[in-house]
Design a protein around this ligand. Structure first.
Ligand code: ZN
Length: 487
């Protein structure tokens, strides 16, 4: 418990809740005092007077959730409330994952899939990372954003043909762009080596770019080359690349995504633990047995079921099962998918046991991987954090509430070098969520995915109330979080 001399006055007092501070420490009864954008004190503050008091009796008071794996790059500009995230208690999103970031690229052609998941040609209009950051700062969102720069985006802005490794001068050009992005505050670099625009990049190309990170304490986040049959060689590649570059690596949405790999998360996690004795490794995971991305034929065989999230050619197919469409059309699954292209899908390609084992691993952080522009999105977009707290902590009792919260607050801020975030302590930024531990739950389903969570009482971002009792306040106090070496 951190009593930091109880102040006489504060702007806002959250009174009488169960405080869970985000470090993994046990909850305690206490009050939280906020002045301006920071926490003044946490503890017994009965003599502190406040302009405004939030009655938190029967509720948990925790740091705002950090969604470490998002594709909200463009959503931040088009929906300042960032409703799918703010409504579930998220106060910070890491954007630019899976090799796909909105900047730096001033598009001269349509973005190739999967870059079309976050925007169309006219949305890729930021020639530098700094121009994107300034756009966000001029039109602030309700929540904070910590941006990565994507390798596919750099390749699009530099190369005429993405089907080959980059040439020496192209690598130098991408390095220079990444470096100026890091100087302008980007928190790291991401790859999406399973995807066409990034696949031809050699380990040497990736390591050369990631080599820029060290000086900025930047993070390397990777959607690995393979999460199915070649999972173990992909893990090895990720470890080696980060060691060569001298930077921490975060393994994105860790999963065992093919029948051959089902049940092998104990081995993959053991491999991660062994490598983590020599280097800094983090991983994120979403709490569902289905993934979602563009329509990809190589996922057909490994999936038990595929649902269509959008299709340009057959828009009315959204929300329907690929198998049903194939019956209607009297064709194979491959042929049905071809008719729907370009489009997106939800792939039921994981086992419960693997998802639970990865969720409980002490290094795993929670990241939604939600796709905000999909017409019929995977329910993880709206429900990831309440699902971990409701379904997995309260109902399945996979871990304590304190452990679950650590995976979405303190551990996440520490791994991504987000200073003074992710903890409820005096002098930390006042990103705070007040929720009912008995009621918190995700309400979306695969059939009806766009549902706000149950049990979220109040959300504060940088000291200002952004969401209360089911509705946004219109506040726009989110900030762009920068790497620790930017001033
Ligand atoms: Zn990904």
């Amino acid at each position: 418990m951190s009593i930091h001399s109880a102040p006489d006055r504060c702007d806002l007092l959250i009174r009488g809740g169960h405080v869970i501070d985000g470090t993994g420490a046990k909850s305690f009864a206490g009050d939280v005092a906020v002045t301006a954008d920071r926490i003044d004190a946490v503890g017994d503050l009965q003599n502190t007077h406040a302009e405004e008091v939030i009655d938190a009796r029967g509720h948990v008071v925790a740091p705002g959730f950090i969604d470490v794996h998002t594709h909200d790059d463009h959503l931040l500009l088009t929906n300042s409330e960032v409703t799918p995230k703010l409504s579930q208690g998220v106060t910070t999103v890491v954007v630019g994952n899976c090799g796909v970031s909105l900047a730096p690229w001033s598009a001269d052609r349509p973005p190739p899939p999967p870059m079309d998941l976050i925007g169309s040609e006219q949305d890729y209009r930021f020639p530098t990372f700094e121009s994107y950051r300034l756009a966000l700062e001029q039109k602030p969102a309700a929540i904070n954003a910590a941006p990565l720069v994507g390798h596919s985006t750099l390749r699009c802005s530099t190369m005429d043909n993405l089907d080959r490794p980059a040439r020496h001068e192209e690598i130098e050009n991408m390095r220079a762009q990444l470096r100026s992005s890091l100087q302008a505050g980007a928190i790291g670099f991401s790859t999406g080596l399973a995807y066409a625009p990034n696949r031809a990049a050699t380990p040497d190309e990736v390591a050369a770019l990631a080599g820029e990170l060290q000086e900025f304490s930047g993070i390397y986040a990777t959607h690995m080359r393979d999460e199915g049959d070649q999972l173990f060689s992909a893990l090895e590649e990720s470890f080696v690349t980060a060691r060569r570059a001298g930077c921490p690596v975060v393994l994105s949405h860790h999963k065992c995504a093919s029948p051959k790999m089902w049940g092998r998360s104990a081995e993959s996690l053991a491999r991660i633990d062994a490598a983590a004795e020599q280097q800094l490794i983090g991983l994120d995971v979403y709490p569902y047995t289905a993934g979602s991305t563009i329509l990809m034929e190589d996922h057909i065989e490994a999936s038990k079921r595929i649902m269509v999230t959008w299709s340009t050619t057959v828009p009315e197919a959204r929300g329907r099962d690929l198998a049903d469409l194939a019956v209607d059309w009297d064709c194979s699954l491959v042929e049905a998918m071809r008719r729907l292209q370009p489009g997106g899908g939800i792939y039921f390609m994981m086992e419960d046991d693997d998802v639970e084992r990865i969720l409980t691993h002490p290094k795993s952080m929670i990241g939604s991987d939600g796709l905000p522009h999909d017409e019929h999105p995977h329910p993880r977009l709206w429900g990831t954090f309440p699902r971990v707290l409701g379904h997995y902590a309260r109902e399945r009792q996979l871990f304590t509430l304190e452990q679950a919260l650590h995976k979405m607050t303190g551990l996440s801020a520490k791994t991504f070098h987000l200073a003074d975030r992710g903890v409820l302590q005096a002098s930390a930024f006042a990103d705070i969520v007040v929720f009912d531990p008995d009621l918190i739950a995700d309400r979306g389903t695969f059939e009806e995915p766009e549902q706000t969570a149950a049990g979220i009482h109040t959300v504060l971002v940088n000291g200002t109330i952004a969401w209360q009792r089911g509705i946004g306040t219109g506040s726009r106090t989110g900030r762009i979080l920068k790497n620790p070496k930017t001033t």
